[in-house]
Design a protein around this ligand. Structure first.
Ligand code: 5GP
Ligand code: MG
Length: 179
């Protein structure tokens, strides 16, 4: 694959990610102590982040998954969000926390949060590992955020390049430089 021939620049190391997720887990556990926490993880990108985050949450938590699409195989959002697989069951009484890998245009998170609000839970907030605020098309500020990053296409820790590299344990940027 072409990216194998390029220099990978590590943006966030495993240690940095782990440290920040510990903090987020503690903060979420404190904030949701008296609540019925339901984490909704957006597949596929957030599966690694969700798995690490929920293991740092020390209160009872129910976990559901949703699949949306907007990107296809390109590096630009199509702007059209589709729900491929929705959460099951009644959300009444739950405090929903939507977990995603990255907020870019913001269109996915906005759409998913509005969709979940229509199911009438107590509250809907979001937690994202990465934020690229420079690329925003609509106003949305993550309630819980791992890291703000520059406007670059990032890969690893759940984030894909084509169909691959989600399993790389750190976040990297593919440079123009040959190895
Ligand atoms: P948004 O709707 O905010 O534009 O984009 C949300 C989705 O696009 C993310 O959940 C992620 O799947 C994908 N995405 C956005 N930026 C990147 C990126 O830099 N790298 C990768 N691999 N996916 C991205
Ligand atoms: Mg995604």
């Amino acid at each position: 694959m072409d990216i194998e021939k390029k220099v990978w620049e590590v943006l966030l190391s495993e240690k940095e990610i782990e440290g920040r997720i510990n903090e987020l887990g503690q903060q979420i556990s404190a904030d949701y102590q008296e609540k019925k926490l339901l984490v909704v993880s957006l597949l596929k990108g957030s599966f690694v982040f969700t798995a690490d985050l929920v293991r740092k949450i020390s209160i009872p938590v129910k976990i559901e998954f949703m699949t949306t699409s907007s990107y296809g195989h390109g590096q630009e959002s199509s702007g059209q969000i589709n729900i491929i697989s929705d959460v099951k069951g009644d959300l009444t009484g739950y405090d929903v926390l939507v977990v995603d890998d990255i907020t870019d245009s913001g269109l996915t998170m906005k759409y998913v949060m509005e969709h979940l609000k229509s199911k009438k839970p107590n509250s809907v907030k979001c937690c994202v590992l990465l934020d690229k605020p420079e690329r925003r098309q609509i106003e949305i500020v993550p309630d819980y955020l791992g890291f703000t990053i520059p406007d670059k296409f990032v890969v690893g820790y759940g984030l894909n390049y084509g169909d691959y590299y989600r399993n790389i344990p750190y976040v990297f940027v593919v440079t123009d430089q040959d190895r």
